[in-house]
Ligand binder design. Structure first.
Ligand SMILES: *Cc1c(COP(=O)(O)O)cnc(C)c1O
Length: 448
């Protein structure tokens, strides 16, 4: 079953036992300690004495990985906030100390391009949230994508991807991997017959897809593709950026690798560019080796910004989910709206798949207004709260018209090929108050 690449034996996430119950691990002993008797007894009710249980994402997002202050690391301090270790190199006490490090008897970070204590805290936190054995944080989402593809697909390998995946990843697979002797096949993301046929007729190395996709929010049935791919020894990599680790955990659904543009929901404030890749230690160490060469290390300052962002991710994503779903429902019955794309809507073709693998549907809603290119621009320009900008997943609501933002000056044919209509609007709902956003959308629709 292990793919016949240079990766050797691959541990699939289904076999990753340890991290499925993060708070029961010795690492998190403090959090599972018996609660104080007396005062809390009443509030605790059934929960006392405590039963073994999984840590919730809300708790993991705050605490997981943060052991710099617990004396386990060279940078030990009792500061509650994880220190930003800005040094690029780490010193050894003696040659003997250095040799101990070389022989793996002593832990150190050696050099900043390979690892850093602050970055390690971030990686451990993401591993806990993704239920992964290991995580690599990179300087951008694209760096995560490129490092993953280069590491996992050898020359002569074959990538299957979808016509809907992130446009720059798609271009990289089509235009650059082909020059390295790597074949690629593009399929529709719900065309499982084509996937089966490609898997039957080729020695496929990797299936790569976004779920949900941008901007039309289509969803891949991750359990199904993992089953089909693993039967044929192919790995599965999911770009889960639009879901965030709160709404979807691809590794628990059978994917081998999950990656994110951490620039979006994870950092969450439109102020830092980063990426991350999670999976088994065997796969991540392959990618890590390539990443050392590519030199896409994140700065410790940026890593700290994401650690801080992650602490509120569960709260933020809950707000994004709630607002987006409410507005999607409202737009669906609005006379000036032709169509709404949101997997949380029962009428959406991907709703059943989304419901089976997601716990919320994210803050991005796309919709077609009943107008043309210019009428749609009038709607966008009449909005007062959201900013006209690309990107998503931050506190501020953003809006864009893909025909203008990404396809201005492109032919109708090119737009049609990408499913982009002139009247399509993509909203990334932020965490402002729902009623304010609702009223703003409704007043702007009147201006078309
Ligand atoms: C933004 C984005 C990327 C690229 O990430 P960067 O951090 O901008 O490099 C990749 N995939 C998806 C789905 C994205 O939204």
């Amino acid at each position: 079953m292990a793919p016949s690449t240079s990766l050797g034996k691959i541990t699939l996430p289904r076999q990753q036992r340890r991290l499925l119950q993060p708070l029961n691990s010795p690492k998190h002993k403090r959090a599972t300690a018996a609660p104080p008797a007396g005062l809390l007894q009443e509030l605790l009710g059934d929960a006392h004495p405590p039963k073994p249980r999984r840590a919730s994402d809300e708790t993991l997002a705050v605490h997981a990985g943060e052991k710099l202050g617990k004396g386990a690391d060279e940078a030990a301090t009792d500061s509650i906030a994880t220190p930003i270790v800005s040094g690029t190199t780490h010193w050894f006490k003696s040659s003997e100390d250095l040799i101990a490090f070389k022989e793996g008897r002593r832990h150190s970070h050696e050099y900043g391009r390979y690892s850093n204590p602050t970055v390690k805290v971030l990686q451990d936190k993401i591993s806990a949230l993704e239920r992964a054995e290991a995580t690599l944080v990179t300087s951008s989402g694209m760096n995560a994508i490129v490092a993953t593809l280069l590491a996992l697909v050898p020359p002569g390998g074959h990538v299957v991807t979808t016509t809907d995946c992130y446009s720059e990843a798609r271009a990289f697979i089509r235009d650059r991997l082909s020059k390295m002797g790597i074949r690629s096949t593009f399929i529709d993301l719900d065309d499982m017959e084509s996937l089966k046929a490609v898997l039957d007729q080729n020695n496929v190395t990797l299936f790569y897809a976004d779920s949900p996709t941008n901007p039309l929010l289509k969803c891949v049935d991750i359990r199904l593709v993992a089953e089909l791919c693993h039967q044929k020894g192919a790995l599965v990599c999911i770009d889960s950026t639009l879901a965030s680790p709160i709404n979807q955990k691809p590794l628990t659904l059978g994917a081998d690798i999950v990656l994110h543009s951490a620039t979006k929901y994870m950092a969450g404030h439109h102020d830092v560019i980063a990426g991350c890749i999670s999976g088994s230690e065997a796969l991540i160490s392959e990618i890590r080796a390539w990443h050392h060469d590519l030199g896409g290390a994140i700065s410790p300052n940026a890593a700290y910004m994401i650690i801080r962002g992650l602490k509120t991710m569960a709260l933020r994503v809950e707000a994004h989910n709630r607002t987006a779903l409410q507005i999607a429902r409202l737009l669906e019955c609005h006379p000036k709206i032709e169509r709404v794309h949101y997997p949380g809507l029962e009428s959406n073709p991907w709703h059943q798949v989304a419901k089976s693998q997601m716990t919320g549907y994210g803050g991005v809603v796309s919709f077609e207004v009943k107008s043309d290119l210019w009428g749609t621009m009038r709607f966008v320009d009449a909005l007062e709260i959201p900013l006209i900008a690309t990107s998503l997943g931050g506190c501020e609501s953003l809006v864009q018209q893909p025909a203008v933002m990404s396809f201005w000056g492109k032919s109708d044919e090119e737009k049609a090929k990408n499913g982009i209509k002139d009247n399509l609007v993509r909203f990334s709902f932020g965490i402002e108050k729902f009623e304010d956003l609702r009223d703003d959308v409704l007043q702007a629709l009147e201006k078309i």
